[in-house]
Every structure is written in C-alpha cells, then in structure tokens.
Design a protein around this ligand. Structure first.
Ligand SMILES: *Cc1c(COP(=O)(O)O)cnc(C)c1O
Length: 342
C-alpha cells in the first residue's frame, strides 16, 4: 500500500476518464478551433453565470492573468496573509504585474469586509499605492480548507463595488466549498469580477484551470495567456477530462470531506497531538505537543507507507482525495490509532 495524503494534486485520471479523453474531437485552440474546449469554456462559464471562460495550464497562470487584468504597475491588491497568490506563485504578483500585496490577517485565510475596508488606500492620497483589487481564496488552502459563507462574500463584493475596486476569487477548490456549504456556482459568479477554478485537484483531471469573467475580460486574458506562453494546441483531450470530471466526480468530494473529518477525530484522540484545526473540507491541519518532533512523526508514518507533509511553524497537513481509497482510509485510521510515538 502506498498512501498519499500530501495533496489532492496527486490524483490521477481513472481508466474511464482516459477512455473518454481518447475519443475527444480536437482542433488548434490557439486558433480557437478546438470544438471540445470551446464547448467546455462555454459550459463552465454558464455554470458560474459568467459570459466567458478561458482554459489555463495551471491555476497559478490563471490567477496571475486575472491580477494583470485588474491592475496597473504600482497598484496594490488586498489579500489574506495565507493567500496562494502571495506564498506559492513565485512572486508573480510583483514579477508579472508590478503590484504589491497588502496582507491582512484573517481567520484561517478568510477575511471580513471590515478588515478590508480598514486597509483600502484613499484614492486621492497620492503618497500611497492605489488599491485596485481584492483577491479572496475559497477554500483557503493554508487556512486548512476553510470556506467563506455567502453573506460575508456579499458584503465584501458590495464594498469593492462601492470603492471601485475589482474583486477576484481564487477558487482552486471552489468545488469543495460548494459541497461543504451547499452553495451553487452561480452564487459566486454574481459576486466576483473574475473567478479562477482548478480541475487538476480533487476532480482528478491531469491538468487544467479556467478563468471566468466578462467577454471583454476574457479577450484581455487570451492576450496575457499568450504572453506567458500558455497558448496551447489540441486541448480537446484535456477538455474532455474536465467534462468527464464535471459529470462524474463532483459528488465524490463529499466522501473526501467525510474521510477528512474522521481523520481529524482520530488525530484529536492521540496523546501526542496538540491541536487539530476544524475540518470543513478535505484538508486537515494539526500540530504536535511541543516535546514531539514533526519530522520524526512524518518519517514513522512514511515507514508505514503513509505520506504527509509539514507546512512549517509546527503545522502538519493531510489532504484527502479521490485516490485515497476506502481501504487506505481504514488502514490509515488503524495505523494512527495504534501508533506508539513520543
Ligand atoms: C493549487 C492552488 C492554485 C493553483 O495551483 P497550480 O498548481 O498552479 O495549478 C491556486 N490557488 C490555490 C489556493 C491552490 O490551492
């Protein structure tokens, strides 16, 4: 048994998905002539109530292009201090857009409207950088898969409108958020100017993200995607994988969430575990008692064929996903319960 709880990005396409991909009609997407992808971009845009969508090789590129569209060099965006765009996109916010991040310390990666209001720079005060974008993340990765409620998002969206600030959603795991909070894609489409969604995580596609927005925004996005080298050719095979995932794999996320909750409960019962953060979706973040060594714990689990990672600052993470099977789950629960450590 080789159990991977490192990330839901380790999911691989099923045989059924691969078979479906093989049958895709394809064309050259740089010429916008791939019929399967053209249909998919329409499908996902409609799902979120947006005019248009654009396929990207990664969520990073999709986020970066959105930031480029909403800002000018010298501007400032507001995001939570846990944000993926700040921590894990290689400094792209400044590299690609010449923009600085005003970091706000939210609760588990989630911001409140009042916290954002406090850090919007007054537009006529020329000493400070113009605030032109708010970027939120749902679910929050570094926040342990925490989800926004629609009320909070709605307040933030109104605040942005009032202040003439664009609002972007990094919805890499929006599918998990929708399952967990029983909300619909259309609810989010109404509140954000642009949304970036990923298919390559819990949904099991090999590659793929999409940026959603108005037709005008997506027209700009095609240009920036090209600049970054993200124009791709016979994308229909990958678009077919996404079609398959949207038809078949979304409901399974509830199962990932259930397993994550169970893992969280077992961890809570272990004498050497200090704190387990609330488990809302498929991510579990916990820490060990101060006398116990995280690296040693991770090594012992690895000897038992279970791979997990640490996030630094004493935090350890597990992520459940569709390739973490029921058998693996039973084995992991038993192994954790019986583990003699520290
Ligand atoms: C995974 C992820 C992304 C995009 O990652 P890529 O590896 O570039 O596809 C963006 N935001 C969040 C919150 C993520 O977890």
């Amino acid at each position: 048994m080789n159990i991977n709880l490192i990330s839901d990005t380790f999911t691989i396409p099923s045989k059924e998905m691969l078979n479906y991909m093989m049958k895709a009609k394809v064309g050259d997407d740089v010429f916008k002539e791939d019929p399967t992808l053209n249909k998919l971009e329409d499908r996902v845009a409609k799902l979120f109530g947006k005019e248009a969508g654009l396929f990207f090789p990664s969520g990073t590129m999709s986020n970066q292009v959105a930031i480029k569209i909403h800002t000018q060099p010298g501007d400032q965006l507001i995001c939570d201090h846990f944000s993926h765009i700040y921590h894990y996109e290689g400094g792209g916010v400044s590299f690609n857009s010449g923009v600085s991040c005003r970091l706000v310390e939210g609760y588990r990666g989630l911001l409140k409207s009042s916290q954002i209001e406090d850090v919007i720079n007054p537009p006529d005060f020329y000493h400070s950088p113009p605030t032109t974008l708010v970027s939120l993340e749902n679910t929050s990765n570094k926040g342990g898969g925490a989800c926004y409620d629609l009320k909070t998002l709605s307040l933030i969206s109104s605040l942005c409108k009032k202040n003439n600030i664009s609002i972007h959603l990094d919805g890499a795991r929006i599918w998990n958020a929708m399952i967990s909070t029983n909300t619909n894609a259309i609810d989010y489409g109404k509140l954000f100017d642009t949304i970036s969604v990923c298919f390559s995580k819990g949904l099991g596609c090999p590659i793929g993200s999409m940026l959603l927005g108005t037709s005008e925004t997506i027209k700009k996005a095609i240009r920036y995607r090209k600049v970054l080298g993200g124009g791709m050719r016979q994308m229909g095979y990958l678009a077919a994988a996404v079609d398959f995932a949207l038809d078949n794999n979304i409901d399974d996320l509830a199962d990932d969430h259930y397993k994550a909750k169970e893992l969280g409960e077992v961890l809570k019962s272990l004498p050497y575990v200090d704190l387990v953060q609330p488990v809302d979706t498929n991510i579990i973040i916990f820490s060990l008692k101060s006398k116990c060594d995280e690296n040693e714990f991770i090594k012992i689990l690895e000897h038992n064929n279970i791979r997990i990672i640490q996030l630094g600052k004493g935090k350890i993470r597990m992520v459940t996903h569709r390739n973490y099977t029921n058998d693996q789950h039973i084995y992991t629960m038993k192994t954790l319960s019986n583990l003699k450590f520290c």
